[in-house]
Design a protein around this ligand. Structure first.
Ligand SMILES: Cc1ncc(COP(=O)(O)O)c(C=O)c1O
Length: 400
């Protein structure tokens, strides 16, 4: 009898975390490595948020909290949903977890059974398919195309739905492509979904606040109130407030689903850290003015990276609407050979070449289900990005 559970064989460790870890190891060993793999802002958590956490510690807020979150944080989340998304969620329709990742995991574990299908548009955030597989479900990957801006079309969605479909996971703006759906595009998807009443929607709005060029963010339950009763709207403070290490994510949704997620969390981690919850209250209720200049800095980097990558023969890069990633195509280098005589057959080979020849760590597109592409996170300094683009150009020019 095997010691490890069969379910472990269905998943792989997160490839994005693997790239970040590898870059860190190489750097520790004295190599000059520029890491463009990390999915977190390089900015610091705002001072008022830190102060709120320190005050919470001093005030003795160091005990277990209610499983689904403190009343103060739930109130702040309800106010945020109303203010930003026009959505009404009562406290019992809200859950707080240790990151959006735990919230999504709770939802999938609470609902997905053997054989259930979950539609995941590709390129996707690496964790969705593996969470579904762990729960015994079947991820149904719907490839999008660069020509459609990496957005799923209504007809693609329609085709993917079967009687066994339980969820659609829709992430906008997207990790890894940065693509975001406009109100009209969401409305067109909603028209399919309102007719298919057995399909629920997980709207992953983690990058809601990080959009550019006057893009107006909207979410499915807002665009189509008819979907409110079967939509879980997921968000968090990790990206907008540069709070990845604090581990706070949350969701609003139908009460019965939230209660089921609460039950699961009560038997795993109980509550998200009390101090982090106090910090998140300040993040959501406090001054939001710092977001604008940070987005302006991200936009400047996005524009520079897109321009520099498009100057590299063999690469093409679309300008994304949001998040802090670009997802360039490396189709033009597939089939070429490195100076060491290795053939670049996949985006993974290309990423390995970039890391080994010029010390630039990117994540290969196979990890995100759409190839031949790779992901660059531009949440790093302008100087590091400029240097990384120069090195990418050099490494790519060295291919024959
Ligand atoms: C699309 C998407 N959803 C959810 C998460 C989870 O974020 P966290 O667990 O830090 O809230 C991430 C983090 O990388 C993400 O990119």
């Amino acid at each position: 009898m095997a010691f490890l559970a069969e379910r472990l064989g269905r998943i792989k460790p997160s490839p994005t975390i693997a790239v970040t870890t590898r870059a860190r190891e190489l750097r520790a060993a004295g190599h000059d490595v520029i890491g463009l793999g990390a999915g977190e802002p390089d900015f610091d958590t705002p001072d008022p948020v830190k102060e709120a956490a320190i005050a919470a510690i001093r005030a003795g807020q160091t005990k277990y909290t209610a499983v689904g979150g403190t009343p103060e944080l739930k109130a702040a989340i309800a106010a945020k949903f109303k203010r930003d998304n026009g959505l009404d969620y009562a406290p019992k329709q809200i859950i707080v977890g240790a990151g959006g990742k735990q919230v999504l995991f709770n939802a999938i574990l609470a609902t997905v059974e053997d054989g259930d299908q979950v539609i995941v548009p590709a390129p996707y955030w690496v964790s969705y398919p593996d969470m579904v597989l762990l729960a015994g479900g079947e991820p149904v990957v719907v490839e999008t195309s660069e020509d459609n801006g990496f957005r799923m079309r209504p007809e693609d969605l329609e085709r993917a739905i079967t009687p066994r479909t339980k969820w659609l996971i829709l992430n906008s703006p997207s990790n890894p492509s940065g693509a975001a759906y406009s109100r009209d595009e969401l409305k067109a998807l909603a028209e399919v979904l309102v007719r298919r009443r057995h399909v629920w929607v997980m709207a992953d709005d983690m990058y809601e606040k990080i959009v550019y060029d006057n893009f107006v963010f909207t979410t499915l339950a807002e665009v189509e109130p008819g979907l409110y009763e079967r939509t879980l709207t997921v968000n968090g403070v990790s990206k907008a407030y540069a709070m990845t290490g604090w581990r706070i994510g949350y969701a609003g949704g139908p009460e019965a689903l939230i209660q089921a997620m609460d039950s699961i969390q009560s038997q795993s981690t109980t509550n998200a850290a009390s101090i982090s919850q106090a910090a998140a209250v300040e993040a959501l209720n406090g001054d939001q003015d710092f977001i604008k200049p940070r987005n302006a800095a991200f936009k400047k980097r996005r524009d520079m990276v897109v321009r520099r990558l498009n100057e590299v023969p063999g690469l093409t890069c679309r300008t994304p609407e949001g998040a802090f990633y670009v997802y360039p195509s490396c189709a033009g280098v597939i089939g070429k050979t490195t100076p060491e005589g290795k053939t670049i057959a996949t985006s993974e080979d290309y990423a390995t070449h970039l890391l080994e020849s010029v010390g630039v760590a990117v994540v290969h597109g196979t990890a995100f289900g759409l190839d031949p592409y790779f992901r660059i996170s531009y949440a790093t300094s302008d100087a590091a990005l400029e240097e990384a683009c120069t090195r990418i150009r050099r490494a790519t020019a060295a291919l024959n």
